[in-house]
Design a binder for this molecule. Structure first.
Ligand SMILES: Nc1ncnc2c1ncn2[C@@H]1O[C@H](COP(=O)(O)OP(=O)(O)OP(=O)(O)O)[C@@H](O)[C@H]1O
Ligand SMILES: [Mg+2]
Length: 324
């Protein structure tokens, strides 16, 4: 609690949860934080409460959390957070990420010191290997933990999951080798995203995670470099498939034209009926797929498209109307 009050009482940043107040009375301690309406990233990612986190929200959360860590590391008196994990990343009403829980935070090394020596604390699956082995704590330990959370965001898997087969229980061991191979990456991406993510942005984010998870701390980037690498990905939303899009084609008011369409429909129905009868009578026949393209009016079309394709489809249809 002391660490929480000291650090959060002094540090203010849009990506750190605000400590509103605290109270100490005999043995009783109370900390009051700003209320984070959407709870923790952990709940959203793994329990999918209330729904699957969309790709753009995941990226925004990764960037926000990275900014929070970068702020701590670059402060005049640097702070090592030490407990970076999905349950400590809280989400406000706009799904903006804020770091909470500064109970394990430590002042960074001062002067010529390269690290702080501490008793090893933190959470299994997130702590950097050199920190676990030696107790030597640096800002690069946080960078490793960030890499683990980024992996969780990409794959929808927990850092450690004992319910999975042995070789898949440790997320870093399982997923890191796949991060630089686009085909393997596609296979480990969170199935709950249902393919609705930008493959290019996912590859970039995976490359960042790969470097953060380097076994050698000096090969890990600084958090400010991580922010610089992830932030531009927020703009790359054009190649995100948005799932089924329903295009409604409104009916014209031209009655003569309407009559023609009705006649065409009737003849199309007759044709379909004839075709079905043919299929029924021909055991070798197989139903043909409907002709591609957006054909007639007053109908619905269900398409799986990317944002840019949807935009083109919509604007192509709107163009003649707006030109009038
Ligand atoms: N300021 C807050 N606003 C809204 N919900 C919060 C807030 N602080 C914590 N929570 C909720 O309480 C949960 C538990 O937080 P807590 O820090 O006690 O445990 P934890 O992060 O799951 O584990 P650990 O004890 O290792 O930190 C969070 O995951 C979050 O859902
Ligand atoms: Mg916590």
């Amino acid at each position: 609690m002391q660490a929480e009050v000291i650090f959060l009482g002094q540090l203010r940043h849009p990506n750190l949860v605000k400590l509103v107040g605290y109270c100490c009375e005999d043995e009783n301690r109370l900390l009051v934080y700003e209320y984070m309406e959407h709870g923790s990233l952990e709940n959203h990612l793994f329990k999918q409460i209330p729904a699957v986190l969309p790709w753009s929200t995941r990226l925004n959360i990764a960037v926000g959390a990275a900014k929070g860590l970068a702020f701590l590391h670059d402060a005049e008196k640097p702070v090592i957070y030490r407990d970076f994990k999905a349950s400590n990343i809280l989400l406000d009403s706009d799904y903006k990420a804020k770091l909470s829980d500064f109970g394990l935070a430590k002042d960074g090394p001062e002067g010529d010191d390269t690290h702080v020596s501490t008793r090893v604390m933190g959470t299994h699956g997130y702590a950097a290997p050199e920190y676990i082995m030696t107790g030597h704590l640096t800002a690069k330990s946080d960078v490793y933990s960030f890499g683990v959370v980024l992996l969780e965001i990409l794959t929808g898997r927990r850092a450690v999951d004992k319910t999975r087969p042995n070789r898949e229980q440790s997320l870093v061991e399982y997923a890191r080798p796949a991060l630089r191979d686009p085909l393997r990456l596609a296979r480990i991406m969170d199935p709950a995203l249902d393919g609705r993510y930008s493959p290019a942005a996912a590859r970039e984010a995976a490359a960042v995670a790969y470097r953060c998870l380097s076994g050698s701390p000096k090969n890990r980037p600084d958090m400010s470099a991580v922010v610089d690498a992830l932030q531009p990905l927020l703009a790359a939303v054009d190649d995100v498939p948005v799932g089924p899009v329903v295009l409604f084609v409104a009916p014209d008011v031209d009655e003569e034209e309407d009559e023609k369409v009705k006649v065409q429909r009737r003849s199309r129905k007759d044709e379909q009926h004839r075709r079905r009868s043919r299929l029924r009578t021909s055991p070798k026949g197989s139903p043909r797929k409907p002709a591609a393209g957006i054909a007639c009016r007053n109908e619905e079309f269900w398409l799986t498209v990317t944002v840019s394709e949807a935009r083109h489809a919509i604007f192509d249809r709107l163009a003649p109307a707006t030109a009038d």
